[in-house]
Design a protein around this ligand. Structure first.
Ligand SMILES: [Zn+2]
Length: 272
């Protein structure tokens, strides 16, 4: 049995000098990313994958002294160009959550609307071979709670199948598009065979954290190095993320309203 451990799980998107406008706010400049890796090394942090975190949570692995998990959503092409070499040089690892329908050469499986140039399948395989853990991020980056059951099942099963086929091994972890989930979505994720799913919470993942709503901490373009240090040390999360937390809460209210609206619209249609 290992000691209970609280792990900061960081959420990145693009690591790029000049990202697309749509991803700018949530992107990180490659130089800043390199400085963040240096800070982690200087302060004695060890990077672990989400899979390693899951094993630690199950008591099947021992946590390193100061664990931190780096995760990267969507599967932007710059991950291969900018993040992977910097992670490798630092002896660090991470988890890459890929939207399979967005991939550059998704071909007949193309789905959704990628926000920037995306990774190719061979680059995803290269990341996997280089020790980066690959996870799923739905197939088309749909708002999962808005989908009827059959479409929801497909959004979850398809990336799991495609990634297993291409990589030659199971992919048991998922990050929710837009960072949130509902109870129905979490049930569907478990039914689809995923063992853990990451959301956005902007607090560190303690031993009691829900494994199907694993909280992550946002790293954004305007996250200064001082703030980054406080985030990974677990200092002042409430103060640093007050705006994000307020926005998330507001967004959930909007979403719940919309969900109720679409339900009543459906009910109305069923009646007519
Ligand atoms: Zn995403």
């Amino acid at each position: 049995m290992t000691a209970p451990v609280t792990v900061p799980v960081l959420m990145y998107h693009a690591v790029a000098a000049r990202p697309a406008d749509a991803t700018y706010g949530l992107s990180v400049h490659p130089d800043r990313f390199a400085a963040q890796l240096e800070l982690l090394a200087a302060e004695g942090f060890t990077t672990i994958t989400v899979g390693e975190l899951a094993a630690i949570r199950r008591g099947e692995a021992t946590a390193p002294e100061r664990p931190v998990a780096l995760t990267f959503d969507d599967g932007y092409a710059d991950f291969h160009r900018e993040a992977l070499p910097r992670l490798s040089a630092a002896g660090a690892t991470g988890t890459l959550f890929v939207t399979t329908g967005w991939l550059d050469d998704a071909g007949p499986e193309t789905a959704g609307h990628p926000l920037d140039r995306m990774l190719s399948w061979s680059q995803v395989a290269e990341c996997d071979a280089a020790g980066i853990e690959v996870g799923a991020h739905s197939h088309s980056h749909a708002q999962l709670d808005q989908l009827p059951d059959a479409a929801l099942r497909d959004e979850l099963a398809r990336p799991r199948r495609l990634l297993a086929e291409r990589l030659g091994h199971e992919v048991p972890h998922l990050a929710y598009p837009y960072g949130y989930s509902s109870a129905r979505v979490r049930r569907a994720v478990a039914d689809a065979g995923y063992r853990l799913a990451a959301s956005v919470g902007n607090f560190a993942a303690g031993p009691g954290a829900d494994g199907y709503a694993l909280p992550r901490l946002t790293v954004a373009r305007d996250t200064g190095l001082d703030t980054f240090g406080r985030v990974v040390r677990g200092e002042h999360h409430a103060r640093i993320y007050w705006k994000e937390r307020t926005l998330t809460a507001g967004y959930l209210v909007v979403r719940r309203g919309r969900s109720a609206l679409s339900r009543s619209a459906l009910a109305g249609r069923a009646r007519s």
